[in-house]
Design a binder for this molecule. Structure first.
Ligand code: 4AD
Ligand code: MG
Length: 476
């Protein structure tokens, strides 16, 4: 017996008896129930013999109600569906008061749905996004497992500030105002449960490096936290990051890996999420129509995904990119909001998006950035002023990947740590890797939600994670 809507809709054996449990999406003419059980974006039509159904039961078939139907699968006369169920028995499992239920069968704003994050996954758009997210997660593990990588779980609570950027959530066991103080009046973290100041991880990279230097090829895939108050459509305070780290691999190998990995997981969802992606494609096409002609995308969602899978990413050095940006006229005012005047400046997202969307019109990997705008662990180039860093930039997203070849030379690394004012003693374990069997190695971090955004065409990163952590939404 077929057990869910996805399987039944694929079925061509009519007149079989089926039992289904799910939720009512709509109920028309006291006869037609559109039932959804989450297994697919599609609803199945269940036709009720209303003359033989009690009035009381009919009243309880409301949007959102949980029901069980038993019936016979028949060919459907309705448009856009091949099968339907002629219901012989219906049971209401859980009522849903139509007057109070927030998710009405109409279009709701994403803002409203974010406030109802516990219910929004019941809508078509969010259920599609979350199924694609789940399949993408699987594709991530499949890619690495099939390519000889070991999955490593790096700490969530840590004393390390991997990025040296200071955007961390502090973790402490001290109760309010009861922290013991040192003689000079500061909080004495040595008396804390962890015996030192700890925070939620901003990246598992440094710990992943320790594993790469023993297991060769590893990856992390876990929650990551940044206490940045950036109110953008690309930033979350809690997000999921995928961080592969590979021994004996240089920056070229790192670029190859990132490109191959992204293409592989996107082609996996193109193949395994057809219905959901078609739905999201149509949603986006509809949304695009409300924009002025000049701002509309010339490719549909499915075309964009296929384009990325089929075409090479363009590899450009930071220095080349700066030349392009200096000589470019991005808009009528012929200026970027932050004009690029000098070599050495960090790129803003307007520059990244210009390179990808207007200039090269394909994903771009920028490499060899100035040392002073990047983290301490990146390998210094022979020129003494650039490092073997890379960022992968995507259309509509900007930076999707940040990575580098790591500095494997003990002395160079120590100099760098000192020059950046980082306490060398804190990184004793990291420096040990350079003392004992050091080797060229590289890795990168990919923001999983940015990948889900690209795959689903969703404009706001808050709409591709089940429960976004934002100042407005933390009660869930
Ligand atoms: O460029 P980032 O900061 O690099 C690192 O953390 C390195 N330690 C990674 C490594 O080499 N192992 O972050 C990597 C990626 C970014 O490119 C972006 O996709 C994502 O993580 N990211 C965020 N995604 C959502 N919200 C935020 N606040 C993010 N910050 C970074
Ligand atoms: Mg970065």
């Amino acid at each position: 017996m077929k057990s869910n809507v996805a399987e039944i809709l694929k079925s061509d054996t009519f007149l079989q008896e089926v039992t289904l449990k799910g939720w009512v999406r709509t109920f028309r003419s006291n006869r037609f129930i559109a039932l959804n059980d989450g297994s697919t974006i599609k609803n199945i039509q269940c036709v009720i013999d209303f003359e033989n159904t009690e009035e009381e039961t009919l009243k309880r078939i409301t949007t959102g109600a949980a029901i069980e139907v038993k019936g016979t699968l028949t060919e459907s006369q309705g448009r856009g569906q091949s099968v339907e169920i002629q219901v012989s028995n219906i049971e209401i499992l859980g009522d849903s008061n139509a007057d109070e239920y927030p998710i009405q069968p109409k279009k709701h704003s994403f803002e409203f749905l974010r406030e109802n994050a516990h219910l929004r996954v019941r809508t078509n758009t969010f259920s599609a996004v979350m199924r694609v997210r789940s399949k993408l997660s699987f594709a991530v593990h499949k890619y690495f497992q099939e390519n000889g990588f070991n999955y490593v779980n790096t700490p969530i609570v840590t004393g390390s500030d991997a990025e040296g950027a200071g955007e961390m959530f502090r973790v402490t066991t001290f109760e309010d105002n009861k922290a013991p103080l040192t003689e000079d009046g500061n909080i004495d973290y040595t008396k804390d449960f962890f015996g030192k100041e700890t925070n939620l991880t901003v990246s598992g990279q440094l710990e992943a490096e320790t594993f790469a230097m023993a297991l060769g090829k590893v990856y992390t895939f876990g929650p990551t936290f940044r206490a940045e108050n950036s109110n953008t459509t690309r930033h979350l305070a809690e997000f999921w990051m995928i961080e592969p780290e590979v021994a004996f691999m240089d920056l070229d190998g790192n670029m190859d890996l990132s490109e191959d990995f992204i293409k592989s997981v996107l082609s996996y969802v193109l193949e395994h999420c057809k219905d959901d992606l078609e739905f999201l494609d149509q949603r986006l096409t509809q949304e695009e129509k409300s924009k002025p002609q000049a701002e509309r995308s010339d490719m549909s969602l499915l075309e964009k995904l296929q384009f990325v899978v089929d075409n090479n990413f363009k590899r450009v050095s930071y220095t080349e990119a700066i030349d392009i940006l200096r000589n470019s006229k991005p808009n009528k005012k012929k200026k970027f909001q932050f004009p690029i005047n000098e070599w050495g400046a960090d790129l803003q997202s307007e520059h990244e998006r210009f390179l990808v969307e207007k200039h090269f019109k394909c994903p771009v990997i920028l490499f060899d950035y100035p040392a002073n705008i990047k983290a301490f662990y990146m390998r210094l180039n022979e020129d003494g002023k650039t490092v073997r860093a890379m960022d992968v930039l995507f259309p509509g997203i900007g930076e999707i990947v940040g990575g580098s070849q790591r500095e494997e030379r003990y002395d160079v690394l120590v100099d760098k740590i000192k020059a950046m004012g980082i306490d060398e003693k804190e990184l004793w374990w990291y420096l040990d890797l350079r003392k004992f069997g050091t080797a060229v190695h590289s890795g990168f971090g990919l923001g999983f939600e940015r990948l889900v955004q690209f795959a689903t065409g969703m404009g706001n990163i808050r709409d591709v994670i089940p429960f976004p952590r934002t100042p407005q939404n933390a009660e869930f």
